[in-house]
Design a protein around this ligand. Sequence first.
Ligand code: PMP
Length: 300
Amino acid sequence: MSEPIIYVNGTFVPESKATISVLDHAVLYGDGVFETALAWDGSIFKLDEHLNRFYKSLHALSLKCPVSREDLVALIVEAVKLNNVRNAYIKWIVTRGSNGKPLMEPSGCIQNLIILVQPYMYMAAKERIESGLRVKTAAVRRPSGQVLDAHIKSLNYLNLVLAKLEAKAAGADEALLLDSYGRVCEAHGYNVFVVHGRSLQTPRHDILAGITRQSVIELAEELKLTVESTDLELYDAYTAEEMFFCSTAGGLLPVTELDGRSIGTGRPGPIFREMSKAHLDLIASGRHGIPVYDPIRAGD
Ligand code: PMP
């Protein structure tokens, strides 16, 4: 496979030539924001929604994207084309940049835009997607908005990394994180849903406003399911009939075991299957897609 092409320092280069300064505040302090989007069959799904969240994250951290929104769209489309992929994982990052000093002083930093594209990759092994994930509640918590607002998709994801390490050490597939009050919050890079009957519930505090979470809410309403953003205790998860995680990169992933308790029947349930199908159909429909290739290629 040829080397991936990456946009960095204002230009497209092969991955082996894609470098940033060791004095970039992203390296020194995890200071920057990112977005992850998905291209499916040559269309970028819900790009506008990702860009809206991206610009809010930038604004909240007093960062500026080095290019206009219009140019950013063009560069993302170009990055997918240059990597010649139709099903892709797309990530773009704005780092605070460097001012030549290894100090926590942002003045004079020049922001850097990085765009990465890789062929689509599954976030869990196929058999785990089929049987359902075994999940462990992590001791480490999601920070509250007073500490580091989870709405900001920042490069400061260490508490999710710690949670994942904890889950792995315990032999689980993924970690569930609670918020600082002990309520169910989100997973390692996923939003969370629990199912009781034909009713879906999802945490509402200290979470990233997931694009997939919003798609699930809208699809559930179309399917005449009840959906509620609410406060959930671990008890609500342990006693749920079904539970699933969702994200752009992972889609919908069933959870069949939490902290040694089986969820529902211990198998992915009918509501998960209905929702997962609806979500895959929505992506495949191209309804919210920005086409990357010209219509001739997109149609072949
Ligand atoms: N929560 C966190 C902490 C995330 O990083 C992500 C994305 N990886 C999500 C939820 C899911 O968000 P989205 O559906 O927009 O990918």
